[in-house]
Design a protein around this ligand. Structure first.
Ligand SMILES: [Zn+2]
Length: 66
């Protein structure tokens, strides 16, 4: 019995989270540098995409007596 199925879900190697291909040791946990860049860009985009939210609940000075 030889595990010829590369898409074995129980494989410890794992799959590329971007395209689903088998990961490569050189680009873990991705299958290629391209996918690694894609994930990195997503990360940066998400970081820079944080909207500026102003919370009025934090302002107590207006309600202060005295
Ligand atoms: Zn990939």
């Amino acid at each position: 019995m030889n595990p010829a199925n590369e898409n074995n879900p129980l494989a410890s190697s794992g799959k590329c989270p971007i395209c689903g291909k088998p990961t490569r040791p050189d680009f873990k946990p991705f299958c290629s540098k391209r996918c690694a860049d894609v994930d990195l860009n997503r990360w940066l985009s998400g970081t820079y995409a944080i909207p500026a939210v102003e919370d009025d609940e934090d302002r107590d000075e207006d309600d202060r007596e005295g």
